[in-house]
Design a protein around this ligand. Structure first.
Ligand SMILES: C[S@@+](CC[C@H](N)C(=O)[O-])C[C@H]1O[C@@H](n2cnc3c(N)ncnc32)[C@H](O)[C@@H]1O
Length: 173
C-alpha cells in the first residue's frame, strides 16, 4: 500500500482512537467496506491504477482493497486539508470516500479539489448517507463536474438495508 504522509501522521496521532474505531467500525460498517472495495476491484481499473481515499480514517476500505487488488496504488488522506490536497493535477484514476462527506465543512471545495486530482475520464465515488451536507455536496459536484452526481442506493446498511448511497461523477476532460 502506498500510504500518503498525511494518513501516516494521522494514524500516529490518533492511534488509540483509531484502533477503537476499527473494531467498532468493522462491526457496524464491514458490509460497506467489503462492498465498496469489491466495487472498486471489479470496476475495470487497469493494473497499477491510482486510487485516493479521502477521509480514510483507519483506512478500512483501503485495507480491504489491498487484499482484493494488491496491484492498485492506494493513497489514504485524512484531515490534511482535503480542499487543498498535496497531489498533482490528474494524479488519480479514481477518488473514493466512505462515511466522510457528511463531516466535510466545505464540501464544495473538497469536490473541486477531487476533480483537480482526477485524470480526465477518472471518477469520484462517495459512499455516504444522503443526509447532512448532501445538498452542498451535490451542488459542488454540479459546479466542478458540470453535472450532478448519480445516486445509487447500496445495501450496505445494517441487515443489508439500502441506507448508503454511492454518489458518482466522472471527469469528462
Ligand atoms: C466517520 S470517519 C470515516 C472513516 C473511514 N472512511 C470509514 O469509512 O470508516 C470520517 C473521517 O473523515 C475525516 N474527515 C472529516 N473531514 C475531512 C476533511 N475535510 N478532509 C479529510 N478528511 C476529513 C475524519 O477525520 C474521519 O477520519
Amino acid at each position: 500500500m502506498h500510504a500518503g504522509l498525511n494518513q501516516l501522521a494521522q494514524h500516529a496521532i490518533f492511534d488509540r482512537q483509531g484502533r477503537l474505531y476499527s473494531v467498532v467500525g468493522r462491526r457496524v460498517a464491514g458490509r460497506l467496506y467489503r462492498g465498496a472495495a469489491a466495487e472498486v476491484a471489479s470496476s475495470g481499473l487497469p493494473e497499477g491504477a491510482t486510487v485516493l481515499d479521502i477521509g480514510t480514517g483507519p483506512a478500512p476500505v483501503v485495507r480491504e482493497l489491498t487484499a482484493v487488488r494488491p496491484d492498485l496504488r492506494l493513497t489514504g488522506l485524512d484531515v490534511g486539508d482535503a480542499a487543498e490536497m498535496p497531489y498533482p493535477h490528474g494524479a488519480f484514476d479514481l477518488v473514493i470516500s466512505s462515511l466522510s462527506m457528511h463531516h466535510w465543512e466545505e464540501p464544495e471545495r473538497v469536490v473541486a479539489d477531487a476533480y483537480r486530482v482526477l485524470r480526465p475520464g477518472g471518477s469520484l465515488w462517495v459512499f455516504d448517507m444522503a443526509v447532512r451536507r448532501f445538498e452542498r455536496f451535490t451542488s459542488g459536484v454540479r459546479m466542478a463536474f458540470g453535472a450532478g452526481p448519480a445516486h445509487d442506493p447500496r445495501p450496505y446498511g445494517p441487515l443489508g438495508l439500502p441506507l448508503i448511497v454511492r454518489f458518482s461523477a466522472t471527469r469528462v476532460a
